[in-house]
Design a binder for this molecule. Structure first.
Ligand SMILES: [Zn+2]
Length: 107
């Protein structure tokens, strides 16, 4: 298992460190471990204009979530609400993720 999969989980809040969405926070909706990319809720979406295929059908605009490299993201700690680095502690044989700033365990 690659490092990113252990550090990042679906549903985590992350802050964007660079790019047009810099400074914004969003929830991780999907993780692509092979490419080290994730998609975020409501961020990095592009709109695709779809043309009508059949007559009588209307063209529509669909939103597509674009993936973003994890190197541009930092996990936001649920307790101190700050973008934090993640550490690991082993408790009762289980590896847990903790915030390196306040040591709060991540869910
Ligand atoms: Zn914290």
């Amino acid at each position: 298992m690659s490092a990113i999969v252990r550090k990042l989980k679906k549903g985590d809040m992350v802050q964007v460190l660079s790019g047009v969405e810099r400074g914004k926070q969003a929830k991780v909706t999907h993780i692509y471990p092979e490419s080290r990319r994730v998609t975020l809720e409501g961020l990095f979406v592009s709109h695709k204009h779809r043309k009508p295929r059949k007559s009588g059908e209307k063209g529509e605009i669909v939103t597509v979530a674009r993936s973003v490299s994890v190197s541009k993201l930092q996990v936001v700690c649920p307790r101190c609400k700050k973008p934090a680095r993640i550490g690991f502690v082993t408790e009762a044989g289980k590896k847990k993720r903790v915030c390196k700033k306040c040591n709060a365990p991540f869910v």
